[in-house]
Design a protein around this ligand. Structure first.
Ligand SMILES: C[S@@+](CC[C@H](N)C(=O)[O-])C[C@H]1O[C@@H](n2cnc3c(N)ncnc32)[C@H](O)[C@@H]1O
Length: 285
């Protein structure tokens, strides 16, 4: 049945509200934009100028709305996640990059760009979709970037994003606790958004709990197992004066500063995100 775009949006919005989706109006517009292969602004224009949705596209749209109401992440349904200037492919098996990580990327980009070396090396430990590594490689093009990922399922997406962006990133499938020993003492910036949720603290949002891989979320009983390992690995990788940038939960800044100071890092400092929550800690080798 052919419907007006405005009616399809209204109906979709009602279904998403009933499913408890946090931003139903935004999501329904983005899903229709995806189905119509146009921008969200064009959807809004079609809605007010009497545009119609034909049958087969309408069936596809209804299917996606129903899946979103079941709390499948929007980015899995569209297949894409925006990250800074990039559009990354995402889906089952890989962590969906978050807006707050864009600020973490900025800290790492600034540290890398400030290096005087002709071609400074950066390493992203636990790269997932490749978000941080690809942001570094595209925004500091003179750098050499390595990305480490343990999960072969996630690495499928990393590879796809390296290909689609055409960025020069070397992907290594391995464990961040011992990967890239051949680079020891040569790296200028180590960045990581490691798993940091305490294992007993199951996230409330179904999008996270049911669709982000457990390997991407949980960092042991206190949440900091991987941060501890990361501190040791980064001390070996970095040149003296090199920078470590770690994303973490908003309550973890003090514990991470203490852990890093104890390991011998200089000047551990915690940084707020745009919503003024502590989300990243840096330190100098
Ligand atoms: C929170 S996600 C972050 C992904 C991506 N860097 C981002 O910011 O969107 C953590 C990532 O670390 C990977 N990971 C977990 N343990 C790891 C380990 N021991 N070695 C390497 N990667 C690991 C997970 O598979 C996941 O892709």
């Amino acid at each position: 049945m052919t419907r007006s775009i405005a009616d399809a949006l209204d109906e979709g919005r009602r279904i998403l509200v009933a499913g408890g989706v946090p931003d139903p109006a935004v999501d329904v517009e983005l899903l229709l934009a995806h189905v119509l292969d146009i921008g969200r602004g064009e959807v809004a224009v079609k809605a007010i100028t009497g545009g119609v949705l034909d049958d087969s596209l309408g069936v596809h749209f209804d299917e996606l709305v129903a899946r979103r109401a079941e709390r499948e992440p929007l980015q899995h349904l569209t297949g894409l996640a925006p990250f800074r200037s990039l559009e990354l492919h995402v889906g089952p098996g890989v962590f969906v990059p978050r807006p707050e990580t864009e600020g973490v990327a900025q800290i790492a980009i600034d540290a890398l760009d400030a290096r005087a070396d002709e071609s400074p090396i950066a390493v992203d430990l636990g790269t997932g979709s490749g978000a941080l590594a690809l942001a570094l490689a595209t925004e500091v093009p003179r750098s050499r970037v390595y990305a480490v990922e343990l999960s072969p399922e996630a690495a499928v997406w990393t590879r796809r994003n390296i290909e689609s962006t055409g960025a020069h990133v070397t992907l290594v499938i391995g464990d961040m606790t011992d990967a890239l020993s051949e680079l020891d003492g040569t790296v200028s910036v180590v960045v990581s958004n490691p798993p940091y949720i305490p294992t007993g603290m199951i996230p409330r949002d179904p999008e996270v709990r049911l669709f982000d891989p457990a390997l991407a979320l949980y960092g042991g009983e206190g949440g900091l197992d991987l941060v501890r390992a990361l501190s040791h690995r980064a001390l070996a990788l970095l040149v003296p004066g090199g920078t470590l940038v770690i994303e973490h939960g908003e309550e973890q800044g003090a514990a991470i500063r203490e852990l890093l100071a104890h390991d011998g890092w200089r000047g551990p400092a915690t940084h707020e995100d745009l919503t003024r929550r502590d989300r990243a800690t840096t330190a100098t080798r």
